[in-house]
Design a protein around this ligand. Sequence first.
Ligand code: MG
Length: 317
Amino acid sequence: MENRRDFLKKASLLTAGGLLAGQSTLVKAAAPDATNKHAAKAIGLQIYSLFDELYRDVPGGLKKVGLMGYSAIELAGYRNGTINGVDMAEFKKMAADAGLKITSTHVNPPAREYTKENKQQIMDFWKKAADDHAKIGVTYLIQPGQPATRSVEEVAYVGEIFNEAGKIAKAAGLSFGYHNHDGEFARVIPGGTEAVSGRNGFGREAPKGVEIIYDGMLKHTDPSLVFFEMDVYWTVMGQQDPVEYMKKHAGRIQVLHIKDKAVLGQSGMMNFEMIFKQAYTNGVKDYFVELEKYPGGTQFEGVEGCADYLLKAPFVK
Ligand code: MG
């Protein structure tokens, strides 16, 4: 049976996107759209959250998103120069008509195993993806899927590939970022053959050189070429504290995925007040709400519930 991670993997392979030039989603919109009943706060949405419901009527769906109080979106579904089959320039226009800026996009390269042999193929892919998204004015080009990282050496090589992707994005006027799930908080060792999850995965006497994959990614990437979009929910699921990471890597974690088990604030497992406090301290400019398959209603209803939570939260500026 397909579990959620399998689904996520598949979905993230279809993921991509990006439209308008970036205005911070943490900064209040200067001129709220009159059609937007909530424009008091500027909130971003990762459109993956709407699943196929969005594609039944893209212009209408985006308008609903704008009316809920969102003002920016992060694309998913980049494929052959389209967003899930919708021409990217048209997608940009539909978003603009809904009062939404397209500031970011999730795109996965065509391989999860990074080798010397497929490096050029991966870079050719990023060149095309960066150019396609530059045309519609996207700011952030973000990889949401974890490459194979079974050893300290593989993590270092992934860092090298990310740096190269960062150079390509930069040349096109974009910033390259990496988005995590929980797998990046597993640990690897030098010469290892598998990543081990859990805080005590390698036992009490951790082997020399043991490293959390995410830490290795931070270490092996150039801050001028690669930033991190921290998914705060997946970080918690990886048994780590997103606020601690944000404190320690203030300059590197530049964008957030604001996510909970389902609708924001309902699980009680996420301390969004502390997360937003640290985000403002760090000068984080953009964040995007994300919702997995919502069991409590339609995806649109869940996404609206997330917006309502943030609009009502006194700690969200
Ligand atoms: Mg996410």
